[in-house]
Write a protein that binds this ligand. Sequence first.
Ligand code: AMO
Length: 441
Amino acid sequence: MPDVLEDLNDWRRTTYSTDVTPNLEGKGVTVFGRVVSIREQGGIAFIILQDMKGVVQVTVHKNKSPVTVSDKIGRLKQYSLVGFKGSVRSIAKAPHGAEIIPSEIRILSEPQKKLPFDPYGRVEQSIDKRLDMRVIDLLRPQSQAIFRIRSVVLEVMRQFLFEEGFIEVNTPKIIASATEGGAALFPLLYYDKEAFLAQSPQLYKEQLASVFEKVFEISSIFRAEQFRTLKHLSEAISVDIEQSYVTYTDVMELLERMIFYVVSSVNSRCEDKLSSLKVKLETPKLPLRRITYDEVLKILEKDGIGIEWGDDLSTASLKSYSKMFPQYHFIIDWPTSSKAFYIKPKRSNPEICESFDFMCGSVELASGGSRIDNRKELAKKLIEKGLEPKNFEYHLKIFDYGMPPHAGFGLGLDRLIMILTGVENIREVVLFPRDPQRLTP
Ligand code: AMO
């Protein structure tokens, strides 16, 4: 370790970078952060320091500074982690209109290797290269903006759901049986038994809604997707809600109000982050459009795209149809055969079920519906879907003790963040994404 490195000892931060403003003129401050750049000009060194809030300029007049400071500045490397004690001076050209004239510096850590790429540079790196060194990539202003927006979204969603009277629950991620028929499972050895990673908290959230009435969970869902696409991950985060004594129309209304709240909050709290990503968010006008599956098929037919009634909407057909509906909307009343076994068929026409997909353009952000709340009917649907009721006995037996009518949805958090930050690849909005080709970092 080079001899210049020092310990933190009794140094503690007094001020964040963005709070170094002309208001603090002449005041003493202690700041910490990473050296973004060092520029020398006519015996003056300008250092840009980045901390969790932003950047601050530290200016060293080599002749006027204490020898210890100018000495260390001479050896300071880009990307080092340092602390400065100094006084604040107003200067219009500096970020936030002020800079720090340091009286002391502590170099706490410095890079031992050349960075694989410059996170502050202008050269665009491939996403794979960036993900291989994700922690360095996270220093980039764009990545910072994405993950700070993501954190605000999580915060305000929780706030919204708590205000609506929901309680947050945690359900097991090592489970005994599939819930989302189509999407493949990750099997694992659980002691001497076969188990799976949870595709969804579906059955647990339904059971819990029978007791707590309004529950939500924000957690990982695992899908063994076979293909690498821009919208699919092997591990995604889902915002799941389930509510008793309501139907799918009520939870759609809840979902659209939640989206309205999220978009309004991101607009008011993340203005600088959105502008650094060059994104303008339009607050959705409620109620959102509800288009039936049958209507979508008619629209596609006019466009020359034939979809067999009962089939899912292909990516290509959604691309075409989304030109007409580029904003948030619902596709409702899907064929019963196209949805999971727990979705309730309509009493008036059991070929159609009380279900919805929540879309933004061609991106499916959430799906949900009213649930079957009767044991016999649920067992029958399991068989129709080729599933074994005995594998679901742990769930079916709950219905023997009374199950209220209930409905809910699962919202893909990562996909929502893609829309809110305007990125095309879902991996951009996940810290350490998992896909068929990526298991590290
Ligand atoms: P579904 O399977 O439609 O429904 O999943 C809900 C939402 O989760 C997101 N999602 C994904 N995001 C990224 N990568 C994936 N591989 C992936 N798979 C799903 C999507 C999707 O709309 N139990 C039901 C929900 C319910 O009815 O409450 C379910 O899991 O945005």
